[in-house]
Write a protein that binds this ligand. Sequence first.
Ligand SMILES: [Zn+2]
Length: 441
Amino acid sequence: MPFVKVVHLSFIILLLSCNIVYANKAQQAPFKPDSGTIAVHCGLLIDGLSKKAQINKTIVITKGRITKVIDSSAYSGESLDLSKHSCLPGLIDTHTHMAEPLGTEDLAYFYNISDEDIFNSWIDNSRKTMDAGFTSVRNLGTYVGWSARELKEQINKGKIIGPRMQIAGYYLTKPAGGGDLVIPGYDEHKIPKRVRMGVSENIAEYRHNAELAIEGGADVLKVIASGAVLAFGGVPGSPEMTYEEIKAVVEVGHKAGVKITAHAHGAQSIKDAIRAGVDSIEHASLADDEAIAMAARKQIAFSMDVYNGDYIASAGVEQGWPDEFIRKNNETTEAQRQVFTKAYQAGIPIIYGTDSGVYPHGYNARQFLIMVERGMSNMDAIKSATSRAAHHLGWSDDVGALTPKRYGDLVAVKGNPLVDISILQKVDVVIKGGLIFKFQP
Ligand SMILES: [Zn+2]
């Protein structure tokens, strides 16, 4: 086993070939993935699948994938000493927006944003996401069409430090709907096309734009079934797409083997989306009992951003976000948390999704605490961000659990998150594909 040297600096990648590359956020990170072997000794192991944590286990990762997980006493080689830590699978966020800067207080910003500004924000966002322990994300749409696709490519090539990504391309939304970047009073003709690529007037246009999204490389399709909180006009939850329109997108997606997720706050739009055949619901803030029963029966996943209402209520007000956004946020935060409890109790698969991008990237793990406060067991909260999320994303062969054959993606925290879930807010160690991206034990 090669000796694994650990350097106590936050922004360092330790190459297993013993080349050390300093990667601050402005630099590219020319690392070569999938090289060498690393062994990690974990005081506590929460593997993402088992019902209970295990003690003193060593995870061996070779060429990026886990080869074995054994009792540390049975392992004689050098290993990274995390005996005072809990190890978990690299965390998964099924709802992020990493490919653009935060700009909610002035949406017109996106009209003239330069490619360079987008590029610089990527580097920052994806690094912060990794540092928070999220080694896989599903990026659910960008205002600037396809900016996430390039980010994904750059990460996969090893040119930018960031998580494994699935992308939705652009938002499939009605004109002036929750995913359309029109601003009241702004001359529509001056709005660049690239921020309105998924805007669709009718069933045929939804179908066509969904096909273009798949041709363009979308891993998942995102429909805006009902009004958004952070958008002008509309009521959160009031249907913006008809059942037939959602169904048209579902047909295109499923034919291509791609899942469809619906942004839906309101009960009616959640039910329309489920009947139309979507695979998951984002937000689900105002689901009624019938919608919850329907989702539970069909095992439609809910991804509920139950933390970010707190952020908007404080920072949004401080930063002078539009009153309309703040009001809609207040109307949905507590209601959504009550729905969360009911959905969990009803047995709906809850997948961890934060809508990160609404608040600063890197805060992703703050949501765990709200989920547990609202009745979820610590272990289920962890599974929602590991094996359950991986299963939904179709990535169970690769991520979401610390078991042989999957990628060597793991995080470590001090203490036991099964006792105190909030410690996941400070991840000390991040390893992706057997490479150490963060080490601050
Ligand atoms: Zn979102």
